[in-house]
Every structure is written in structure tokens, then in C-alpha cells.
Ligand binder design. Sequence first.
Ligand code: AMP
Length: 569
Amino acid sequence: MNAFEELGLKEELVRAIADLGFETPTPIQQKAIPILLSGTTDFVGLAQTGTGKTAAFGMPLLQLIDVSQKYPQALIVCPTRELCLQICNDLQDYKKYMKGAIAEPVYGGASIVMQIRALKKGVHIVVATPGRLIDMIERKAIDLEKVKYVVLDEADEMLNMGFRDDIDFVLKNTVRRESTWMFSATMLPEVKAISKNFMRNPQEVTVGKKNIANVNIAHQYFITPAHSRYETLKRLVDFNPGMYGIIFTRTKADAQEITERLVKEDYDIEALHGDLTQQQRDKVMSRFRQKNIQLLIATDVAARGIDVEGITHIINYELPDDMEVYTHRSGRTARAGKSGICISICHSREAYKIRQLEKMTNAQFHRLDIPTGNDVCRKQFFHFMDKLMAADTSHGEYETYLTDLQKKFADISKEDVLKRVAALEFNHFLKYYKNAEDLNARNDFREKRFEGNNRDVARRDRGSFSSDNGFTRLFINLGTKDGFYKASFLQYILDESDLKKDMLGKIDLREMNAWVEIDKSVAGKMIKAIDGKKYHGRLVRMNEADSGFKRPTDEGGGRKRIPLREKRY
Ligand code: AMP
């Protein structure tokens, strides 16, 4: 008997599983399938995406539905349109040998009329996002009267996105529910509340340790001054020529801005964020899936639930504020037993975040040096040579041109031809990286604390350390006596100077005054914006604290400018 049959799955499903190439059930499948097949047990599965949870609930649902009865018997609610479509696709694969079983997606941003029409034809399983589902219920376009099984997939994410009321509404409106199955990566208090309010003695299954990161993921981080973040991103992408990855930013605006800059510099990248129409998002996703785009840049919400095969790298352009989000992001790689790399670009004030992540994921994070320009060129060169050697010459009529080619190159040596080929491919890289600056934040006392005990540093051609970490300290004559507390003070200096929070380090707010650590490159801008202004009638003084009241120039730290990268193709 095959391992899936042993779990109690019927022959049609087992055959489909074999076609998919699944050989052994994943831990969540092993534990959940026998419980869920009973059809009457409530269930909470603490498992992340990438653990095989879709099959863990999808297979039992397909087995439990009565195909001869054409009305919704099962409802799967999930946070995003992408996940909704993905679950439907997966169900499509699983029910390959089950005649007549129908699963329909219901999600916002697409024609509701078409979806209503599809439901009217009769379905067994509805896969829905909360907003559109509520819309359908209110229009009486969906009949939940006979729904026996409700699955809440990625419940924590739905709650994070503010769908609490919608979920309550759905659960209250499925009155003939025989069982409720909830899957969540984390046991948020709201997740607990749902299980308490709507479930009867749910069986709880946790896969691995809660929130443990996939062991196949290598976690790497690079430390750079805040103003070099973008340049570091480019360098890391250039250093990994075979990269097929997703870059995460905190905000839509960042995703948009970085995409525009990278596209201008001819990188193969598109953005996925909430401001795109559904059609645009579908197009981007489809191009990415087909590997027509090398890089996707996304916000967390937009990328939720994306399951794309073969992602080699995840890049955190910035570390997320919420550490849980890190596991969601990194989980986009190393899927189905493959390995992957999760890269984080940090600045030296984020030591504590790396330590928290190590603790939370129980994984080791490796600090690596940001590659030098030479490193990048060498890597690109070898990558190109591999490509050259692997070139498929079986399809063209190369033989016909061979005599002419031989004549043309008769007086040039093989070495010379190779040199010219390399020059064609590399001159732009060599030129661009000729005097590339060292992007690593310099070692100082903060970094030493940062390194911890298990630091694994791969040093390459690193020059000598200076004690400059790219920050300077500003003094300001405002404090708590002016009515400030930390958040309002931060808001005030950021609003006045029109700078972003990631340019700041530690803020030391005292009664009479405060010290602000700030990236050197923008210190001048902040001083110019604030010094001499009035706050509640009082003259505000701001100056550089560590350099004898010397006022920095507008250009601040004088970062060396790198000429614009040449077009790559
Ligand atoms: P999920 O957690 O449902 O997003 O699944 C993650 C990936 O694992 C999907 O690409 C599935 O096709 C794959 N998968 C699910 N179950 C198995 C299994 N038993 N063996 C191998 N791959 C699986």
C-alpha cells in the first residue's frame, strides 16, 4: 500500500498524487489527512506555506464531497486572489481522476457576473477571498446553506489584513457546518479567539516548531550604510547572475521607486503591489512564473501566498518590522524540498533584529561581506563562460556559415576571439565596477555587538577597517519638557526634514534636549530643515554633536557618486 493510501485517501486521489510526483506525505499531510477525513472533527493546523498544507486539506475535502449533489459543500476562505487561484489550480490537479468534481474561485477585482454565472452552473467547492465572498452572500448569489466544511487558510494573514468581521460573518452564516479547519502560520490571539468561538474541541497539529524556518534556507545578511542600500541591492543581484527571485520592500512607494530605477538601468524586474489592477497583477505573475522576468519586487500583502517553483533568492530590501513577516517572506523560496537563499540588507543599527530572528527561527544567520566590484566581474565572467559552453547549437544552420566564419577569423587566434567575446559581454560591467566603492558598513563597537557568537564571516579582499559606520550624532535643544515623547519627536524631525526613518539610528530623548543618530549623507539636510526654526515660539537649535558644532554641508557625508550603469544588453 502506498503511503497516501495508508492515510485513507481513495484511489483516484492517490493516482493524481502519483502523477504530481509526491512520493511521501509531508508531516502536515501525515497528521492532518486522517483527522480531516472523518469530516466531523474541527482542526487547527499550525503550518506555513511550503509545508504541503493545501494538499493536506484539499485531498480530504475532495474525498468528502458528494459529487452527485451539485451545490457548495465546502468553502475555502483565503487572504488573497493569488492564493485563491493557486488553491483552485492545486485542486484541479488533485481531482484529475474524479469525474464531475467542480471547484470555483471567487475573488475581487474580476467580473462578479462571470463568477455568479459559474456558481449557478453548480459547484462543490468554493474557494474565496473574504471581501468578494461577503459581496456574494449579500447578493444571495451563493448558497452556503448546505456547506458542511469550512477551511480558513492562512488565517493569521486574513486577520492581519483586517478580515476578522468577515470571517465571523462567514462562520455565522454556515449554519450546517459539520467541521471547521483552520490553517495558520502563527497562533495569534485572534486565531485562538476564532478557535474558541467557532470550534468544538479542535484537534491542534503543529508542524515542526512553531515559526521554525525551513532548514533548506540559507539566511545571509549584509550590512551597509542606509544610503547605500540601493547600490548594495544592485551589487548582490549582479553577483548572482542566475538569480530568480523576489525582492521585498516595506511600502508600495519603495517597490515602485526601486523598480523604476532598476528598469532604467536595464534590470529584468517588475513590481507587484496593491496599486496595480488585478489584470496587471495577473500579467506580472504570469510573466514571472514563466521566467520571462528574473526579479519580482513586492510588498508583503501583494506577495502573500505566492507559490512559484524554483525561486532561488528572497531579498529583504529592508528587514520587516514584524519579525513574523520574515518567515513568510523567506518561505517563498526552498519549496518542496529545494534549497534557497534569503538575503537581508541591513544597517548596523539592526543588530537586535538579526538576533531576534535567529532566536525565532532557530536558524543561523550568516553575515557576508558585500562583494567588491572585482568579485562581481569575476562571477559574471564565469557565468558567461558556462553559458557559452552550454549554448545549444543543434537548431541553427551553423554548418552553412562555418566556412565563412573560419575564413573571417583565419588570422585571429582562438584566444583573441575569446577575448573579444568576453569584451562584448563584459566591458560594461568592468567599466561600471572599475572604481566601485566598498559598500560594507565599517566595523565599530555596534557591529561587534552585532556579530554575536555564531557569526560566520566570509571576508573577501576587504580593506582595512575604519571606525566609521556611516552615522553621525546631532544635538537638538528640544526634549520632553517641550511635550515630546519618542514617537512624536521622531514624527516631528522626519516631517520637518522630509526624510525616512531608516536614515536614523538611536534617538536619545532627554528632558531638555535630544541626540539623534543619523546617516551622514543626510545630516546636513536635517540640520538645514530644522536649525533656526521655531517650535511653539522657541528657537530650535540643531547641530552636529560630535564635531564641535561644525555644520555639515548640504551634501552631507560626500558619498562618492558612481556613474550610471550602462545598458546591459
Ligand atoms: P503548500 O504548502 O500547499 O503551498 O505546498 C508547497 C509545495 O509543496 C507545493 O508546490 C506542492 O505542490 C508541494 N507538495 C505538496 N505536498 C507534497 C508532497 N507530499 N511531496 C512533495 N511535494 C509536495
